[in-house]
Write a protein that binds this ligand. Structure first.
Ligand code: SAJ
Length: 426
């Protein structure tokens, strides 16, 4: 298969296009935003992802990637559009439907349609398939249909696209085989073939597993605060057990995946998905929990400086970021400023911005923050208080400079004895 179309050139669609193009498959990208099309057609990228720019530049130069707002007839179509949730936690499948409608207008016998977007259970068969069949062709008979959910981690997308294993669910076996043949252009990991419903649920379960485990860590953090223990030590030592793999607490769970996908299962099976729903609520409650904690430490009217507002370290993605919610809560009582090296709106000079601040909050553990000159910060701030939501900082060094350090999952600020234990394990 030498020419395909990818609908949606975002965090997943664009790197996938780049991988196909680098391996001899010509990609016609379809993107509703004209400015993104223009940017890609001139060899630029609109997202931050290591190694992506070089790949896209080369592909565009060789004519292997083109981008347009209109879909044209090719042999295979990959849907990589977003599937957000509505305000009442229901799956918003409108982008998926729009993509399927575009394809239904050009699909012909022998074509392959792959849904890469994460979808709610039953979506491929009950929603996408009827739209694709609306012109009279039958899925599994006249054209092939498969769900092949992406599983890559932002920041490692190029590596993981090639090396992760993939689940390929087909409407029938031939469809799964066709999809496998296509991905074989660049996938080195195992490809497991199954039915389309299993593939849908499998993807949702992977992210739900992680979300539920983070909720356990966040609940444990609150328990540790009540029992005057240090959650980071408890988790570290518990994880020495060969069958315990606890996740880490933090300011909450963000991103377009973990904060969203479990709700698709809750929506499909509300009576049964009790633990999943509770886990979502625990994680969503963390910004408010930290806000209440800060209110006990800091007088109203004080000035707070938040470092990092993306949903996690070293990405430029703020979707569902718990730090946005934390900052919103804090603004009820405090003056809040934000710095984030990945977000143009929050750029600036840390040392100037921290002048006169009463508390610094580590919202995200971006690697750049390892190089902060805390001696200079100590000179500029008004009060030397830090809330480290990620257990990221070198406590001993900061205590030498006179900082009070508070952390999620630790009732008071670190005392020197604990500092010794904490740093001894680094
Ligand atoms: N987080 C914690 N504690 C942890 C781990 C993560 O609080 O111990 C938080 C992060 O800070 C972040 C959120 O969870 O706010 C999600 O981050 P993440 O690194 O766990 O995952 P994502 O959303 O970047 O990517 C996930 C991945 N899924 C799994 O690991 C099962 C990725 O492989 C998927 O491809 C991606 O979702 C997706 O697109 O579905």
């Amino acid at each position: 298969m030498r020419e395909i179309s990818i609908i949606g050139l975002g965090y997943i669609g664009l790197p996938t296009a780049a991988m196909f193009a680098a391996n001899g498959v010509k990609v016609r990208g379809v993107e509703i935003k004209e400015e993104i099309c223009r940017s890609i057609n001139s060899g630029n990228i609109h997202i931050h992802e290591p190694h992506l720019k070089e790949l896209v530049q080369q592909a565009v130069l060789k004519g292997m990637i083109t981008c347009s707002t209109r879909l044209e007839s090719v042999e295979a179509y990959i849907i990589a559009v977003p599937t957000p949730i509505t305000e009442n936690q229901k799956a918003d499948l409108s982008y998926i439907c729009a993509a399927a409608e575009q394809i239904s207008a050009v699909i012909k016998k022998g074509d392959l349609v792959i849904i890469e977007s994460t979808v709610s259970p039953g979506c491929s068969v009950n929603l996408v398939k009827p739209i694709l069949e609306s012109g009279g062709l039958k899925a599994g008979v006249d054209f092939y249909l498969a769900h092949c959910p992406e599983r890559v981690m932002l920041g490692r997308v190029i590596y993981e696209l090639a090396h992760n294993s993939r689940i390929i669910g087909g409407i029938n076996h031939e469809s799964a085989e066709k999809a496998r043949e296509l991905y074989a252009a660049f996938v080195k990991g195992e490809m497991y073939l199954t039915d389309i419903n299993t593939a849908e649920l499998c993807k949702l379960v992977e992210n739900t597993y992680r979300d539920v485990n983070i909720a356990l860590a966040n609940e444990l953090a609150k328990i540790c605060e009540r029992l005057d223990c240090n959650v980071w030590e408890v988790i570290e030592f518990a994880n020495k057990h060969p069958r315990v793999h606890m996740h880490h607490p933090g300011p909450g769970v963000g991103g377009h995946c973990l904060a969203v996908d479990p709700w698709f299962i809750v929506q499909a099976a509300p009576e049964e998905a009790k633990l999943i729903s509770l886990a979502r609520q625990i994680n969503d409650g963390m910004p408010e929990y930290i806000y209440q904690r800060i209110r006990k430490i800091l007088d109203p009217g004080s000035r707070i400086f938040i470092l990092g507002c993306t949903y996690k370290a070293d990405v430029d993605d703020v979707r569902e970021s718990p730090i946005s919610l934390l900052s919103k809560c804090l603004k009820q009582d405090y003056q809040v400023e934000i710095y984030d090296p990945y977000i143009a709106e929050y750029s600036g000079n840390i040392y100037e911005m921290c002048r006169g601040m009463d508390m610094m909050i580590i919202g995200v553990n971006h690697h750049q923050f390892k190089n902060i000159d805390w001696e200079l910060v100590a000179k500029n701030v008004r009060q030397k208080k830090i809330m480290d939501t990620r257990n990221f900082l070198n406590v001993r060094q900061l205590q030498h400079l006179g900082f009070e350090i508070y952390s999620v999952g630790k009732s008071e600020q670190y005392d020197s004895d604990e500092v010794f234990k904490h740093n001894a394990q680094e």
